[in-house]
Write a protein that binds this ligand. Structure first.
Ligand code: 3H9
Length: 707
């Protein structure tokens, strides 16, 4: 900095001068969020810049890894604090001295709105620019919905605001969102370089809010089409519809009125329960990575090479996860045919991504070469992590872990992808149970974001830390769980599935049950999901359990009869529903209705009308009760862990925050009352109220108190 510059101590925003350029630097780690102190600091620094007679032009930039990534989300839901962000943006826009914003990292939400208030925008290489508020149940509330259409046109603005997806710096230049792509990686150097150009051209402030050319004579059809599209794709969501209203206001009202309309719509979103659920999801998704009680000194072990055992659907998907993260992976199976089949599927999956334009051919080829097929356990000798993904047989898994214990180097982590078997029993066959954990992927493993990281009785802290770190590296939401049958997700799912089937036994139709849950916001109901996953899977498990004399498994019913007839679901063209050729749309099937009717008759059940309310309560409250038991047993550490498992693994609507956040909104007293009523009526074990739930109600607390 020039020694003649004026430095102020108004942290987290600083004003200094270099030559004739006034420099405003925001420094609020980690992401320069625009909390109250930053907003106030910006106004102070701007005033200093205006008052500085030596400065003819101002550059606004941010320190650290990113430009401002938005409003400070932690302030939402509390009383708003002055100055408002919209006042800061208005002050920047009104500045008589030209203001240049220099963007790097991410310019998101309120951060991009600040940049829109500036007169020029420069982006560094790799910058991503966007208005992602809709993903938090909001809309841009500091003029973004009014200024972006004026700069890039309403069609592009609608696309960015309704999707919330960012654009690259190059795309931003194309659409007129930025004025210059700097080659310099340093924001200050880029800002000074652009300031020179502005001076050389004698440019004056260009106020986005004053522009009208891009929003003149916009066809109303643009907005009706956007609304039709939303009605089809996101009927449940509140904020996207308000985004369309706000952009329409930009095109039909003068700026001041448009801003007023934006404020009203923003406040409506802010007060919506969906905003609360989505912001819970945002923070919970980050919180799950920090495992309670895991010491900070539990340093992850390096993982440079991985082995995957089993080239079936699951193993192949898991190998893809590692290859996608550029980690070399040995894929092992027992026969060449199995390997060939597995690799052919992987190749097909990559080609499908290339065909859809999601992946470049060279990148697909590079990933494929990272997966090395093998028939020899010795090829796993230098792996840092091995994931076993063979079918659910304890004997087979024990054999594999015994072999791994012999060939793998000391310190290598041995993981099982089991979804039902006891991780501790598997660990016990090795001489290193401290190095064994569960990595429970969800199918399709290369797509689903959830990874349950199962901590065995003896799993070492640094092994857990490594597994959590690996989850992050391969782009998963890793959630630490303890050992029990089905872990967290499937244990709760099992309860819901049983209740859904019982509701049909009593008189509901499968499509009624599914509709109640899709109306709630799930992408599909339990029966459509059963058809997708394959009815044979559950049928085989039930058969095994019946053979083993499990008292909790009911005698064969209509679901078993369907599977016996070879109706496994989508893959056989019929299951609970029927499917027309080439279609995945489930259609109610009289064959199923007939089987259900006969089953009821055999059981002496007279069908009754089941209300949608009862379906919702029985399917969801049973999961809440089970989750409370899971928390009580310490299998999940926090309510938010359960929430993220269900949001990322089972399609629980993120805008409801997860089953336990949702339960808090409903009220635990109400839920416990209904659970008690169901228990009194049925005496069933699953309706025995969880003591933890009872305690929370007694103490007037919610599940949030367990986060
Ligand atoms: C908005 O702007 C509304 C305005 O239109 C109108 C207002 C009137 N606030 O994700 P990371 C924390 S709405 C507070 O792990 P990355 C985050 O919790 C906002 N905190 O890093 C984490 O904390 P911790 C619109 C925030 O490198 C830490 O920062 N903007 C905020 O993987 C690191 O985050 C958005 O929606 C925030 N705005 O990704 C952008 N953002 O370490 C939201 C982050 O304690 N943010 N934190 O767990 C993101 O998308 C990502 O954080 C980002 C960095 C891409 C920036």
């Amino acid at each position: 900095m020039d020694a003649s510059g004026i430095a102020t101590d108004c942290t987290p925003v600083r004003y200094e001068r270099q030559g004739r350029t006034g420099i405003i630097t925001v420094n609020q780690p980690p992401v320069n969020a625009l909390g109250q102190a930053v907003r106030a600091g910006l106004l102070r620094a701007l005033a200093l810049g205006q008052a500085d007679g030596e400065a003819d032009l101002l550059v606004l930039l941010a320190a650290g890894r990113t430009f401002m990534a938005g409003a400070d989300i932690r302030e939402f839901g509390q009383a708003p604090l002055v100055p408002f962000l919209s006042d800061v943006v208005a002050a920047l826009e009104a500045s008589p001295k030209p203001v240049i914003a220099v963007l790097h990292g991410t310019a998101l939400g309120g951060g991009l709105e600040v940049a829109l208030g500036c007169h020029f925008r420069v982006a560094l290489p790799g910058t991503r620019l966007g208005l992602p508020e809709v993903k938090l149940g909001l809309l841009p509330g500091a003029g973004g919905t009014q200024r972006l259409p004026r700069l890039v046109g309403p069609a592009k603005a609608l696309e960015m605001i309704v999707s919330g997806d960012p654009v690259t710096a190059a795309a931003a230049l194309d659409i007129g969102l930025v004025d210059w792509l700097a080659a310099e990686p340093d924001p200050l150097a880029a800002g000074l370089a652009f300031a020179k150009r502005v001076r050389a051209k004698g440019l004056m402030p260009r106020r986005t809010g004053a522009r009208g050319d891009r929003i003149a004579a916009v066809s109303p059809l643009l907005f009706s089409a956007a609304r039709d599209d939303l009605a089809r794709k996101s009927p449940h969501l509140f904020a996207p519809h308000r985004c369309v209203d706000a952009v329409e206001a930009a095109c039909t009202l003068p700026l001041a009125e448009g801003l007023k309309r934006e404020r009203e719509l923003f406040l409506a979103c802010m007060n919506s329960p969906q905003r609360a659920g989505l912001i819970h999801s945002f923070f919970a998704e980050r919180a799950v990575a920090k495992v309670p009680g895991l010491a900070a000194d539990a340093t992850p072990r390096p993982v440079h090479r991985v082995g995957v055992i089993g080239a079936g659907t699951m193993g192949g998907g898991i190998a893809m996860c590692f290859a996608n993260a550029h980690i070399p992976t040995v894929l092992l199976d027992t026969t060449q045919e199995a390997l060939d089949r597995g690799l052919a599927t992987i190749r097909r999956n990559y080609q499908a991504s290339v065909a859809k334009g999601r992946l470049r051919q060279e990148e697909a080829d590079a990933r494929l070469t990272l997966i090395r097929p093998s028939l020899a356990y010795d090829d796993l000798a230098d792996a840092d992590l091995v994931v076993e993904a063979v079918f659910e047989s304890m004997d087979l898994k024990k054999q594999i872990f015994t072999r791994l214990d012999q060939v793998c180097r000391p310190g290598a982590i041995l993981a099982t992808n089991t979804s039902t078997l006891d991780v501790d029993a598997i660990a016990a066959v090795t001489s290193r149970p401290q190095d064994v954990a569960g990595l429970h992927f969800f199918s399709p493993a290369n797509v689903m974001r959830l990874l349950e990281v199962v901590r065995g009785r003896e799993t070492a802290p640094d092994v857990l830390a490594t597994a959590m770190d690996v989850a992050r590296r391969i782009g998963k939401v890793g959630v630490a769980v303890g050992v029990c049958y089905g872990f967290v997700g499937n244990r709760m799912l099992h309860q819901r599935a049983r209740e859904a089937t019982a509701l049909v036994d009593e008189g509901a139709a499968p499509d009624q049950v599914d509709r109640v849950l899709t109306d709630f916001g799930f992408p599909m109901g339990p029966f459509a999901m059963g058809d997708l996953a394959g009815l044979d899977v559950g049928w085989r498990i039930r058969e095994e359990r019946r053979k083993a004399g499990d008292p909790d498994t009911p005698p064969p019913g209509w679901l078993d009869r369907l599977a016996e007839q070879g109706r496994y679901g989508q893959k056989t063209g019929a299951g609970i529903y029927r499917y027309e050729a080439g279609s995945r749309t489930p259609l109610p099937d009289p064959v199923t209705a007939d089987l259900i009717a006969r089953d009821r008759a055999a059981k002496g059940i007279t069908p009754r009308a089941v209300t949608n309310q009862e379906i919702l309560e029985r399917c969801l409250y049973v999961m809440v009760n089970e989750a409370a038991k899971i928390l009580e047993e310490g299998v999940a550490a926090r309510a938010l862990d359960v929430d993220m498992i269900w949001v990322h693994g089972y399609g629980f609507p993120p805008w409801r925050g997860g089953p336990l956040f949702w339960a808090d909104q409903v009220g635990l007293g109400t839920i416990l009352g209904t659970i008690t009523k169901f228990h009194q009526a049925s005496g069933a074990k699953q309706w025995q109220p969880s003591p933890l739930l009872e305690r929370l109600v007694r103490d007037g607390h919610g599940f949030a108190s367990l986060n």
